[in-house]
Ligand binder design. Structure first.
Ligand code: ADP
Length: 683
């Protein structure tokens, strides 16, 4: 068990109660780290935000915290604790080890109708609940749905949510969210009903599940807006008539013609093979007090059950709330309702829970949250095994009843509560069209039928668009995920216009040079010399991989070549430490959805192939053994994308795999970049 701890000035609220491990994700505002709650041994996600860096976005974080305090549902990520210091905000959240739904979709190319239905029912359940509590989410997309250990979805990122004072029937004005998922009325800058806009986004999401790409997509924002306001998209041939119908009913340009969440609960498509409507009531209603958890906490704190109950009922989202909710979560998963009695990491006889009650003073934290990283979590050993747990029965509390469509249903005049502010466009995604992606698009287009039935009375050329206002420092920060250098493809420049030449173009040549130099410097620093393939050799092996398909080619154009195709011998000169890291060999892991299988058996060769291709794709990297921590840079020296590629060994089948993990950056851009790297590596 990792216990290396970093000492801080004064008390350290976070470290008093949690072990903090590696970064597992990052967004426009936050870095998210894996953690473990010491008293319960439960894993948590810790969202870390620097107040200074947040600047004008601080209110957004407050909105998110307030919303999450008011939401408790099996498909909404649970907030356990909030720690605020003068410089930072930490949100301790339910940990979802399965990653983002987005990554799951792209790993599978697209999902079957059956699997899409499983997820879609959970999304409908979450949204019916969220709406019943008076909230509109306004940023629904597969990046904001995480998969938990039981493969269930959890909704995150409530930073853009809205709770109109008079109920969800009141109109909103703020145009926000990601353009590709935004409803036409938002794009046009009209007043809109939050729940109706959410249903549109759910339609786009369902399309992404069933198809593996977006219904409305264009790297040019104006063209994207036009496509959305026209509401035209193509239905690929593999969609069943039922799916086509449902998508059409959700992506209606006219909001009043759209299905409501209430109608989705028992929609024939959603209930197929289930024969029951979607269950949306909370299985963990807010305010419910569980006696077993109270008893365990009372014993730990050496207090009466009554005073413990009073304390828990304050719902301060402090360590008491966290301990209670984590205990409850254990109980609901059939685990023992027990707290660690005397954690060795604490001095004296006071339990951490007790300590927390005694010291509520504001604490000073280091500005550099990286200083709190304390090693890596050993997933193999189960922390709770070393405690004498008592077994309890699974507990399913009664659900609460409410209205899935929100309290108010009348459309009223624009409230003054909401002010219009800058549209927060998704990153200049400037999505590139990789050759195989384009191929697939072309192929798909042949197999699609255009959807025109969702336009209704609006079937006319709408040329009125709310132009994206100048970006606020905030929105540009949140959305500065694009990377010119990344977005270009062999035959496209950043503006999407065709260029001649078959060599990859990396934005302007200066930044390309800069990136290349950075990559070269890094390599030099690491003292790694790789004899790269000659370009001819590389293109040949790529051609071969593409033509010698032999059934090994993955669906969706992922190209995998064979290792033994006369590749050049690689010479790798390494420092002793690097050598040691590599000597231990790659990790042996099971096939997971975020692992790309190769047809190769030599991990070093795969590693070297990837290493040789990264500079070409303008990707910076640092290497630790078989893990490459990759980054791309924007024009102003900002990291636009961060991800890991790890070469690993799989057991069944016995081949080399590449584990991918996106840490930061636009999901679709990441997808295309990694696809590009792996196919260009001809592994
Ligand atoms: P931001 O508000 O800055 O956009 P997010 O809340 O979207 O940040 O989190 C950023 C990323 O961190 C997510 O996309 C996800 O990959 C990861 N992440 C966030 N919350 C969790 C969690 N509870 N469990 C696991 N990973 C998480």
């Amino acid at each position: 068990m990792p216990v290396e701890r970093t000492e801080h000035r004064g008390a350290d609220e976070l470290h008093k109660y949690y072990e903090v491990y590696e970064t597992i994700g990052s967004g426009g505002f936050a870095k998210v780290k894996l953690g473990r709650h010491l008293l319960t041994g439960e894993k948590v996600a810790i969202k870390i935000m620097n107040k200074k860096a947040l600047g004008d976005d601080l209110p957004r974080v407050k909105v998110e915290i307030e919303a999450m305090k008011n939401l408790s549902h099996q498909h909404v990520c649970r907030l356990y604790q909030v720690i605020e210091t003068s410089t930072q905000i930490f949100m301790v959240l339910e940990y979802c080890p399965g990653g983002e739904l987005f990554d799951y979709i792209i790993a599978k190319d697209r999902l079957s109708e059956e699997e899409s239905r499983v997820f879609f029912r959970q999304i409908v359940s979450a949204m019916a609940y969220v709406h019943s509590q008076g909230y509109a989410h306004r940023d629904l997309k597969p990046e904001n749905l995480l998969i938990d250990e039981d493969h269930n979805l959890k909704l995150i990122d409530f930073g853009l949510c809205a709770k109109p004072k008079g109920g969800l029937g009141y109109e909103l004005m703020t145009c926000c969210g990601s353009p590709a998922y935004a409803a036409p009325e938002l794009i046009q800058g009209k007043a809109y009903i939050g729940s109706e806009a959410d249903v549109w986004s759910m339609g786009v999401l369902l399309f992404a599940l069933l198809c593996g790409y977006l219904p409305f997509d264009d790297e040019n924002h104006m063209l994207l807006y036009r496509k959305i306001t026209r509401g035209r998209y193509d239905n690929p041939r593999w969609l069943s008539p039922g799916s086509v119908l449902l998508l059409n009913q959700m992506m209606q340009v006219e909001p009043k013609r759209r299905l409501t969440v209430r109608q989705l609960l028992d929609h024939p498509w959603a209930t197929k093979d289930y024969n029951s409507p979607v269950e949306w009531h909370s299985r963990q209603p807010l305010g419910h007090i569980d006696e077993d958890c109270i008893t365990e906490m009372a014993v730990n704190m050496k207090r009466s059950r009554e005073s413990t109950t009073v304390l828990v009922k304050e719902w301060r989202y402090d360590h008491t709330t966290a301990t209670y909710l984590l205990l409850l979560s254990k109980k609901q998963r059939g685990k023992p309702v027990r707290l660690r009695r005397e954690p060795a990491v604490f001095e004296g006889s006071c339990s951490p829970l007790h300590q927390g009650l005694q010291s509520r003073e504001a604490l000073h934290f280091s500005e550099d949250e990286d200083a709190i990283i304390v090693g890596s979590l050993d997933f193999g050993s189960d922390y709770i095994d070393d405690c004498p747990w008592v077994s309890v029965k699974k507990h399913t509390p009664q659900g609460v009843r409410g209205q899935p469509d929100g309290a108010a249903t009348t459309r009223l005049a624009s409230p003054s509560a909401e002010k219009r502010f800058a549209y927060s466009p998704t990153p200049e995604r400037g999505r590139k069209t990789t050759p195989h992606r384009q191929e697939r698009r072309d192929r798909d287009q042949e197999q699609t039928s255009e959807n025109k039935e969702n336009i209704g009375s609006q079937e006319k050329d709408i040329e009125i668009f709310a132009l994206p206002p100048p970006r606020t420092p905030v929105s540009s920060k949140k959305n500065a995920r694009s990377n010119k250098n990344v977005l270009t493809t062999p035959n496209q420049n950043v503006n999407g216009t065709k260029t001649n030449g078959g060599t990859p173009k990396g934005g302007d040549s200066a930044s390309k040079e800069h990136n290349k130099k950075r990559a070269a410097d890094i390599k030099e620093l690491a003292n790694i010399e790789i004899m790269a393939f000659s370009p001819e050799r590389r293109s040949r092996s790529l051609d071969m991989a593409a033509t010698e398909d032999s059934g090994k080619k993955k669906r969706g154009g992922k190209v995998f070549g064979s290792l033994e195709r006369g590749l050049d011998k690689m010479i790798t000169m390494l420092t002793p430490s690097k050598r040691r890291a590599l000597r231990d060999g790659p990790r042996k892991i099971k096939v997971q959805y975020n692992v790309t299988l190769t047809s190769q058996t030599n991990p070093d060769q795969v590693l070297n192939q990837i290493l040789s291709i990264l500079p070409e794709k303008n990707v910076d990297f640092t290497q630790k053994g078989y893990t490459l921590k990759c980054r791309t840079w924007g024009d102003f020296g900002k990291v636009t994308m961060a991800f890991e590629l790890e070469v690993c060994l799989l057991q069944r089948p016995e081949v080399v795999g590449v584990r991918r993990q996106r840490l930061k950056g636009d999901a679709w851009v990441y997808k295309h970049l990694v696809e590009d790297i792996l196919s260009s590596s001809s592994i």
